[in-house]
Design a protein around this ligand. Structure first.
Ligand code: GLU
Length: 434
């Protein structure tokens, strides 16, 4: 090996922003990738590709606030990998968004899209802003300016944003409009998760929660857990946790504990999820709901349940609380909710973890259906979409289950094996150019 080649793969040559800082999500992702290396055979030659995002764009997003002053926000769009198709992944608005986080989220999109075999690479975007502090007009101006700034790298065939934490159909409509106005033509396929009236797909809003429910019931079946009467605990009661909770309740389970950024709740006989969804729609969070008892935030993790669904942000299950968790199955509705250290603790305790890259892939799967429908300008029924979604989720779950049993590894490592093989095979077939 020439000394030049050696230096490109040595740790010293890795730019500082790519290092695994031990606590951040990007570090967590790198450790997950390292666990897969021994199972990749000849593809492991290309593994370094997955440790370096293909393209990172950092943008300044200035807007005029309602009070006449100008505020600047930092925005990102990271295209982690495009070997299997265009970049794809959501846009997050949150006061704690960092580049390391968006990099990790973009990488998890590459793995997720490959794990469920939708023909995309992985990308993610974000703005460091607390959207709750913005008026509707300010939110629109932030969205439009951000879209214009990242307009140089997004497009229906290059990189397709979608909703994520604190972004929704309205924000997707503004993004689609801004991109389209700049292009001089309406390009519905530039984002997914749009309103139905603008080329959105039936079933997209519920898709991530529905996917969590589908793989959750599949996992329960494998370990002999009856959903009827099963105790469910959910962290995050938004578009993912709220919908998943409602579907589990409809299937006969009891949602006994719920937590979000406004508080925690407990009710042994089961919380009425429709009433709680209505409360969240009115007040913005689960706090203050009178249909259950309030619970201290730390206690949420100690409540005994059958299925625990972290559906909020990353790094929620760490070595600090993993030892206290008493559950049979964890279904990761959020991206990156469990650190690698916590993963090991839970694995030793015999908890089955259905990893994010499979468990929450329902959203991007129906995003794919939406994009296909936009291109063909022909729209499917909600039944067709839900059936196809269920099929994709079950097939992905079964393939990963099989690899996990064959190699005696966790479902996370198995999902990474399936996904990384697909990505790296595409990488190898395409070859290096120029
Ligand atoms: N934000 C969602 C995710 O993390 C959906 C992404 C998409 O539909 O592109 O998977």
């Amino acid at each position: 090996m020439s000394s030049q080649l050696q230096s490109t793969t040595s740790a010293q040559s890795i730019p500082s922003y790519l290092h695994a800082d031990d606590l951040g999500p990007w570090g967590n992702y790198l450790r997950q990738v390292d666990r897969v290396a021994p199972y990749l055979g000849s593809s492991s030659r290309w593994l370094e590709t997955l440790k370096r995002p293909k393209r990172i764009l950092i943008v300044d997003v200035p807007i005029e606030l309602d009070n006449g002053t100008v505020a600047h926000f930092e925005g990102y769009r990271v295209q982690h990998n495009v070997s299997r198709g265009p970049g794809k992944g959501g846009v997050r608005y949150h006061q704690d968004v960092t580049l390391s986080e968006v990099m990790a989220l973009s990488a998890w999109m590459s793995v997720k899209n490959a794990a469920v075999n939708v023909p995309y690479g992985g990308a993610k975007g974000g703005i460091r802003v607390d959207p709750r502090k913005l008026s509707r007009g300010e939110l629109e101006r932030v969205t439009r300016r951000y879209t214009s700034e990242i307009g140089i790298i997004i497009g229906p065939n290059t990189d397709i944003p979608a909703p994520d934490v604190n972004t929704n159909e309205q924000i997707m409509a503004w993004m689609m409009d801004t991109y389209s106005m700049n292009q001089g033509q309406t390009a519905t396929g530039v984002v997914t998760g749009k309103p139905i009236s603008l080329g959105g797909s039936l079933g997209r809003r519920e898709a991530t929660g529905r996917g969590v429910f589908v793989v959750g019931t599949e996992a329960a079946r494998r370990v002999g857990l009856d959903i009827q009467g099963a105790r469910i605990a959910v962290q995050g009661f938004g578009n993912v946790g709220g919908i998943a909770a409602r579907l589990f309740e409809e299937a006969g389970a009891k949602v006994i504990a719920v937590q979000d950024h406004t508080g925690s709740l407990y009710k042994a006989s089961g919380i009425d999820t429709n009433a709680l969804l209505a409360h969240v729609a009115n007040t913005g969070g689960v706090g203050g709901f009178t249909g259950a008892d309030p619970l201290a935030n730390d206690e949420f993790w100690t409540i005994e349940s059958d299925i625990l669904i972290p559906a909020a942000l990353e790094n929620q299950i760490t070595e600090k609380n993993a030892g206290k968790i008493k559950t049979k199955i964890i279904v990761e509705g959020a991206n990156g909710p469990t650190t690698t250290a916590a993963d090991d603790i839970l694995h030793d305790k015999g908890v089955l973890i259905i990893p994010d890259v499979v468990a929450n892939a329902g959203g991007v799967t129906v995003s794919y259906f939406e994009w296909v429908q936009d291109f063909s300008s022909f729209f499917w029924t909600e039944d067709e979409i839900n059936q196809r979604l269920e099929r994709v989720m079950r097939e992905a779950f079964n393939a990963v289950w099989q690899v996990a049993s064959e190699n005696k590894v966790s479902m996370r490592t198995a999902a990474f094996i399936v996904a990384c093989k697909r990505i790296l095979m595409a990488r190898e077939m395409r070859g290096l150019y120029p």
